[in-house]
Design a protein around this ligand. Sequence first.
Ligand code: PLP
Length: 385
Amino acid sequence: MKIETFALERWMTTYEMHVKYDIAESGILPLTVNDLLQFEPPEKRDEILQRLLEMPLGYSEAPGSLELRSLLAATYDNCGPQNILITTGAIEANFLLFNTLLDPGDHVVAVYPAYQQLYSVPRAIGCEVSLWKLRPENGFRYDLDELERLVTQQTRLIVINTPHNPTGAMLSTADVRRIYALAESVGAKVLGDEAYRWLTVPGGDDFAPPMVNQGPAGISVGTLSKPFGLPGLRIGWIAGPADLIAQCWAMRDYVSLSPGKLNDALAVLAVKRRERVVERNHAIISQNLACATAWMAQHADIVSWIPPRGGLLALLRYNLDIPSLELANKLAEEYSVMLAPGSAFGFEYHLRLGIGQNPTVFAAGLERTAKCLAELQASGVRRLS
Ligand SMILES: Cc1ncc(COP(=O)(O)O)c(C=O)c1O
């Protein structure tokens, strides 16, 4: 398989281990193992820790432990453990689904801009990919009429992502139902990348039910990376019909075989305490959202944004004549701030901002960004009209 470079991942790896103020991050401030233990009742902590320390690190249950799959299945309608496959993050879940569901020449409709995997992997398989575009002039809202124009009798798969990376857009319950009905009417399936599930935003939208709840043509992808702040566990999953799960599992035998045993056990702890984790995340998101809103207002002559309706990402527009990659590199190298270049998503004069970072780091990162923009102006960089 020949595949295009994953532009954002390449750029992130250049700087993410070196900068002090990473406010491009697509996830929430990570939890530690100790944080997970603190969610447990005090009298149980020692016993749980001891169990983890003494766990033989042999191979794990290949599709993911029955306990983890059962816990995750319970978060969907009419799902049991046979409807869940644990994967190496949502990225492997998507990869397995594309390679299981698609053949060269198939027609796919994928949301754009997007986490690049969602359209680059279908293209690499040889599919014809139509992009369902979110546009700034439309407030980055999903236009369902446009989707209807893109879907044809040949469409095999519709790929959606809600809440959306990188704009924070959300599909409503009515939207999700309409997309499902549209897919069913042409015999296609819908892959719902729900990596940002459970991450509601104050003043944002309510969550639509997961795509797998809509019926047999619906598939949901989830992960512990974003809503749980546990990207280092590399635990994601597919929720879908049992026969599709079996097919994806058969393909995964050739790729990663099984999840890490310790990671699976830590994932069980996290999912059991989901409400506590989500509560902790809401506090971070609320604080950073308030900070970003005040900062945008203070610098309204030069920056603007459409706040996220869900999840924790948004595109910030700046009003200076400097390409986004050049600005992002300058911020990283000279100001130790990471804001992802909009060009990685096809949007010039934009930077991607993540509101999941440690609030102190987040506020300092925005302050340094304002300083950089002021210094660029002082050095003669032209304002855009
Ligand atoms: C929309 C979306 N899907 C999937 C992923 C992959 O996440 P992970 O493999 O860490 O679960 C990401 C990561 O940024 C994402 O933003």
